[in-house]
Ligand binder design. Sequence first.
Ligand code: ADP
Length: 375
Amino acid sequence: MIRLIRRHLKWKLFLSYLIIIVIATVVAASATGFVVPAAFERHMSLMASMMGENSEELEQDLYTNFSTAVAEALALAALVAFVSALILSLLISRQVTLPVREMMDASVHIASGHYDERVGVFGSAQGEDQDELGRLALSFNRMASALEQTEALRSELIGNVAHELRTPLSSIKGTMEGLIDGVLPADVETFGRVHREAERLQRLVQDLQELSRVEAGALELQLRPTPVSQLVETAIARLARQFEDKEVSLTTDVPLDLPLVLADESRIGQVLLNLVGNALQYTPAGGRVSIRARREGRTVLLVVQDTGIGIAPEHLPHVFERFYRVDRSRSRAGGGSGIGLTIAQHLVEAHRGQIRAASDGPGRGSTFSFTLPVA
Ligand code: ADP
């Protein structure tokens, strides 16, 4: 019995109603026990003169009838209250337990991998006009959608990583088999090919590590007031040679009176290196790349513009997505994994800045720009 009460809300509710009924009945019975005889006594003494000699017997008779009627009324009221309590506790507990039970079943379903499971919510989906249970159901559904999204991202990421690893690995494997079978000569070119693919794998693993760090928000930024010219010069110094080799011109326009920006020098250096590196990669020989900076309100805007292959409008909104490449075969040959811009976006946003891509279309160059807060 105690186990039944402990396990079911309806029996708990019923028990609490029952306690109230018992208390109310006891209070009513004792009140009538005190009040009724005294009131009866008073009435009878007033009426004694009118009733004559049989008054005592009559009084006794009346009193017995009256107290029986009161007791019967009390018993009937208690019985009606008891039945109503039973019905009410069943109805209320049904109202409460039904959504709770639905959530329990849904959570078991979700735990077994069915992330599309949702519970029913009546009325407004915003949560106004909802009681605590309604709001609980809404947040349960929100939690389920978040889980579903995370799960979709996780399996998409695993698929992408496997896909990215497959190409260099099968190239290494193919070359090694060629070497073993004697089909390929054991010369510098063959080993160079294996070495390039191994380097690509290493870059991919480094990018993935960096991506997981930035996506987890586990970055410790060393924010310091930094001159923009210093950020730009460091990036240029590392790429100048490659610009010369490819015969792409590189110009900068960074005004001397720009305010300092609040930035982690090495992280923003990484962003610039990625944007300028991309500009170089996607600009054919004879093209131009320029880096400009200007103040815009409480921020400084840095712009990397090239006269390269450009980006078609349908691709533009996606270039910051993980593993997104406009031209898969071309970037693959260049060694890009499509993670660079995703990392750059996270880094800029960690600085409370914004990054954008623009292009007038294929063959008409691209412009990448980002803001940094003034120190
Ligand atoms: P990747 O390592 O492949 O360059 P990114 O994340 O840096 O990866 O860039 C994603 C994609 O955006 C590139 O594969 C390329 O298609 C496109 N892209 C980036 N920068 C440029 C640019 N300056 N000009 C043309 N396309 C670009």
